[in-house]
Design a protein around this ligand. Structure first.
Ligand code: GAR
Length: 186
């Protein structure tokens, strides 16, 4: 069984979908660690409810990205983590983690990459007025949402779509696509 760590910064609905799939044995893995960069993130509560240990840090407590990634790396190594899953982790992964986990970091992004990388991909799609958007799962490299694509799925944007309704559709899609893709990778 692979030991995995999930990195998240927010509510953690994707974290929850992955935990559920592991608990149902749809994914053969041990979720050994949550890494979170926001003390108030709801994902921490979700981890507690499932007995998953958390490493929660505040980036500004460290002098550099290298320093906090060293602290993360120590936790990953102590837990013998083999695969990192980013689930709404709103930071660019730096050289320290990329070097140790080359080809072993996966991310989900709420657009059809290479369209709309970076923050607020859903808002970007609405502003651009496109009729299709979607979700991408990809390996992480040094760029912003640029690594090799593993899976993509499209959805249509309705004429009367709001940010809330589109976000809901995207989340529903992510909660199916991400566990399914992680299962394949593992
Ligand atoms: C997800 O929609 C994910 O695709 C997005 O953050 C959301 C996290 O939601 N990630 C990015 O935008 C990364 N660039 P969640 O906390 O409910 O899982």
């Amino acid at each position: 069984m692979k030991n995995i760590a999930i990195f998240a910064s927010g509510s953690g609905s994707n974290f929850q979908a992955i935990v559920d799939a592991v608990e149902k044995k749809e994914i053969q893995a041990n979720i050994r660690l949550l890494v979170c960069d926001k003390q108030e993130a709801y994902v921490i509560e979700r981890a507690k409810q499932h007995g998953i240990p958390s490493f929660v840090f505040t980036a500004s407590d460290y002098v550099s990205k290298h320093e906090f990634e060293q602290a993360i790396l120590k936790e990953l190594q102590a837990n013998e983590i083999e695969l990192i899953i980013l689930a709404g982790y709103m930071r660019l992964i730096g050289e320290t983690l990329l070097k140790s986990y080359s080809q072993r970091i996966v991310n989900i992004h709420p657009s059809l990459l290479p369209q709309f990388p970076g923050k607020d991909a859903i808002g970007q799609a609405l502003t651009a007025g496109v009729q299709q958007t979607g979700v991408t799962v990809h390996y992480v490299d040094e760029g912003m949402d640029t690594g090799p694509i593993i899976a993509q799925q499209e959805i249509s944007i309705a004429a009367n779509e709001t940010k809330e309704s589109l976000q809901e559709k995207i989340h529903a899609l992510e909660h199916v696509l991400y566990p399914k893709t992680i299962k394949t990778i593992i």
